[in-house]
Design a protein around this ligand. Structure first.
Ligand code: PA5
Length: 472
């Protein structure tokens, strides 16, 4: 199971930049607060926007897995390419799962070697990127062997709608009336624009359940379908998530990893000015997990108002970094720049039979220390050395130890951060499940693109951004 070493967040290691250990002591205010929050979350789990907490267990899990399995098997048997059309919470989890659990070279392998489709996740409306992916699919397998997995809870998201409209027309041109066969939609089971399209066109659909928001949806069909189609063990993923959920239901702060992480990060943020939260995995496979975390932490906690309507400007800036790569790019800043960060290092215990041994025989004296050592040993020694160097500069940091990167541990990791986010939301007194600030930009885009009912925004944008002389 995952473990968290947080000694380097304490004043005993990093002086006044750390939390005083007695603040975390049993019976103290932080422990009592954590217990009260755990009780509260036990009451709200499975209701409202906390339905995501039920995704890894019981009836919801069974229903999703049994719906996903035959569709994923069908796609595995007949598709060379699977293209996820979605953005934000409807794409980042898919990307994170694929990059964590399948080899970086997945799309370069042959159909036989993969045993399932290549995976592309668009996550934007950059025409160069979309064009390149679509051209590639046409040339490698053809559109008849390309399945589009459109993921949109609302169906209203302009980026996803545009991606979908492009794909649908191309498929229709290539496949005629049978084009719908190559579309699998993940959307609201009962309402919304995408639901209506699916009902009208007869697409195969999987649900984004009620009360599961985008950034908490990776363990629903949103993330699970493309993962299963690419051969990822979704049962192990959900087992890991469920095991972490059980650990995070413990009322004792010292035994509850999510409550502990949230307590450390919120306390260090609010009391010690550590408002930038870096996630730095020492594994390329986990780098895009840090990207997924970035959305979860930013969009959930960055709020102008608390739940009583008072202005609070809450939130922390999540930053992603990669060890050891960013030791040669960012660590200078992390050690000697503003002491306003907490670093979350992620360490992999074993790379198993993927690890490599540095051979002997170069015959250069000052490089001979590397001979016979594994690359994984070097990576983890660099991590430990960086941890030591950070402590020397009194920079608070913690380590999440992942015994090995497999589906069960990734499930634990995802659930850990999702639950930590719900604790952090309670500590900050904000609603972790809405995103009011994203809406204005969406409405202004509609106005600029000529959507009826949003005309006023075109004028507002033009007025707000009127030409001035401040241009070179
Ligand atoms: O986390 C979120 O809520 C957002 O990132 C959404 O997932 C994103 O805007 C896409 O929304 P939808 O699935 O409705 O197309």
């Amino acid at each position: 199971m995952l473990t968290i070493d947080y000694a380097n967040c304490l004043s005993s290691r990093v002086g006044s930049h750390g939390l005083e250990p007695d603040r975390l002591a049993e019976g103290g205010a932080l422990c009592q607060a954590a217990t009260a929050m755990t009780k509260k979350l036990a009451q709200t789990r499975g209701t409202g926007w906390e339905r995501w907490r039920e995704l890894a267990r019981g009836a919801m899990r069974d229903e999703h897995v049994s719906a996903i399995r035959p569709i994923a098997e069908d796609v595995r048997s007949r598709a060379s390419n699977l293209v996820v059309l979605g953005i934000g919470g409807s794409a980042l989890g898919n990307i994170a799962l694929q990059s964590a659990l399948n080899p970086a070279t997945w799309n370069l392998l042959s159909d036989d070697e993969r045993g399932g489709p290549r995976l592309f996740v668009l996550d934007n409306v950059d025409p160069v990127n979309i064009g390149a992916v679509l051209d590639f699919c046409k040339a490698h397998g053809g559109l008849e062997r390309t399945v589009f997995n459109v993921v949109s809870k609302s169906g209203e998201t302009a980026e996803t709608a545009a991606q979908f409209m492009l794909a649908r027309t191309m498929l229709k041109d290539a496949m005629g009336d049978s084009y719908g066969r190559n579309i699998v939609a993940v959307t609201d089971p009962a309402k919304g624009t995408m639901r209506t399209i699916c009902d009208n066109e007869g697409f195969v659909t999987l649900p984004v359940p009620d009360g599961v928001g985008g950034r908490f949806s990776v363990l629903s069909p949103v993330g699970l379908f493309s993962a299963a189609a690419c051969g990822i063990d979704i049962d192990a993923l959900l087992d890991g998530a469920n095991a972490m959920d059980e650990r995070c239901s413990d009322e004792a702060l010292s035994k509850n990893p999510a409550a502990l992480l949230a307590t450390l990060l919120v306390e260090l943020g609010q009391r010690k000015g550590k408002t930038n939260h870096v996630m730095m995995p020492y594994a390329n496979s986990l780098y895009l997990m840090a990207d997924w975390f970035r959305q979860l932490w930013a969009e959930s906690l960055g709020k102008q108002h608390d739940t009583s309507g008072d202005e609070v400007f809450a939130g922390f800036t999540p930053i992603k970094a990669l060890g050891t790569t960013d030791q040669h790019s960012q660590v200078q800043l992390y050690r000697e720049g503003p002491n306003d960060k907490v670093l979350g290092l992620v360490e992999v215990g074993s790379f198993g039979d993927t690890d490599l041994t540095v051979p002997s025989g170069l015959g250069v004296e000052n490089l001979s220390y590397l001979e016979g050592q594994t690359i994984g040993t070097l990576l983890n020694a660099e991590k430990r050395a960086t941890e030591y160097a950070l402590v020397e500069s009194q920079r608070p940091n913690f380590t999440i130890h992942v015994p090995q990167v497999d589906a069960a541990h990734i499930g634990e990791f995802i659930m850990l951060w999702q639950i930590a986010t719900s604790y952090a939301g309670l500590m900050l007194g904000i609603d972790a499940y809405d995103q009011p600030a994203v809406e204005l930009g969406k409405r202004a885009t509609f106005g600029l693109m000529g959507r009826s009912g949003f005309e006023e925004f075109r004028g507002k944008v033009d007025e707000g951004l009127a030409e001035t002389g401040y241009k070179l």
